[in-house]
Design a protein around this ligand. Sequence first.
Ligand SMILES: [Fe+2]
Length: 294
Amino acid sequence: MFTEAQLYSPVTTGADGDVTVHLSDEHPGVHDADYRARRNAIAALALGYRTGEPVPRIEYTAEEQEVWRIVSAELARKRAKYACAEVIEAANRLGLPADRIPQLDEVSAKLVPLTGFRYVPAAGLVPLREFFGSFADRVFHSTQYIRHHSAPLYTPEPDAVHEILGHANQLASPRFAALYETVGAAVARITTDTALKFLADVFWFSMEFGVLREHGEIRCYGAGLLSSYGEIEEFREAELRPLNIREMGTRVYDITHYQPVLYCAESIGEIEDVVGAFFESMTDDTVAELTAPA
Ligand SMILES: [Fe+2]
């Protein structure tokens, strides 16, 4: 999930119980009545899900499976070239199918033995406190819909490709999974909206859009980069800055464009020492200090 309020298509339930996903005017599927009906049906299944119940399975259409095949093959090729070794090894161990969309319970069945993370369904935006807080229990809220078939390599919103090929491939690494858990533990300590937003923004510039130097090359580990056909390559054009928690937590960014500034770690150990240590110790007070005017 991105930071995400502006990005997810809003989902509403009418008085008659009908669930509607409101696509933006620029969404590639906005004029496709079948796609819109499909999105409404998938969102309704997620909204009906209750903790402890079996996760709803989606009967994906041939068209949706074809989208997955195309984007999965392209991202695997790009991952080999641009992702860091930790992610490549994690993705190999996870072994997601390339020929069809995995159901969320299949993703969980593969992830749990590796790092204990489980996937549960989300209709769209999950409140930030719930989304990040659930990492403490190694639970990840994931959408199940797929981008529109007219643009298989593009999506204006996080879809199953982002959630699974981005986040699950990252969450298959014990080191990255441990970082997510520290995020969840931090949410239990903080109470202010300022601290929650700060946490979300540090997460954005690390676990979503983080890069690191590996054997002299810049490689990505962020889920947002790993799942973006265009940005996984273009990130090499970004201005790279050293990890800086204050900057990462306060930087204003535009989620609709490629990120012009990215924060580059020198190693995974540095991500753990700087970003992980921050999540481990952050409180409302430390954020108040970091965001206080100089
Ligand atoms: Fe995400």
